[in-house]
Design a protein around this ligand. Sequence first.
Ligand code: DGL
Length: 276
Amino acid sequence: MENKQPIGIFDSGYGGLTVFRSIANLLPDYDYIYLGDNARAPYGNRSFNTIHQYTWECVQMLFKMGCPLVILACNTASAKALRTIQQQDLQKEDRGKRVLGVIRPTAEVIGNYTKTKEIGVLGTKGTVQSGSYLIEINNFSPDVKVHQQACPLWVPLIENGEYDKPGADYFVASYLDQILSQSANIDTILLACTHYPLLQEKITAYLPAHIQVVAQGDIVAKSLQDYLYRHPEMEKKLTKNAMQQFFTTSDDTPDFNHHASLFFSAQVESEFIPLR
Ligand code: DGL
């Protein structure tokens, strides 16, 4: 790892791999370290303080592994921890370290997807309760009406490998019925949780054909590309050997590798990194 300055990508578990896959496709030359806090996932129903504490611990682990830039590829962490990390925690770190989230880049462009100007945002309880999407989308697209629905059982289903099983159908239908009942004009559903692309096939199959489903991976990847273009001081620090390393806080690395390979659409070999 010596002299390597990779981009760190963090999620509570597997979900961030759907974002990492898009980032690695668009920006394949950089070095990357992925960290999933699977030992403590899901984060979605946890308190503000706990999500901040867990996220900051993991960000510091990525800093120690040499990452000058960390992407929180997790909406819950972006909603609950990013502001405190950017405004308080980073002040105590070396200058020049940066942490970015996934909500702002998504909110910036999601207004362009809807014709009816009504979108549905699906996320964890934490993301929905934070109101982050309501605020951010309103900043960029004040003419867009945002409906939200928390789907607290989806992440546990996905983390436990049930996303493609018939049992998941009931929970997919149940939350989609709830968001659709909020308005007949919704034409765009945003998967505002990086785990949800694993259910995308079931979600798309259940929704009427005129409703499009938007996942965040490609949006976040494009936004990172723009960020690096606008911040040459960061871009030139980052090393480019196309290294991809995967760490999990769970000691069951074979299980992580199995699920992670599906999320990442490529073989994943992970290493266990214990929490202190
Ligand atoms: N991937 C995380 C997100 O985007 C899942 C959160 C969780 O662990 O519940 O919100």
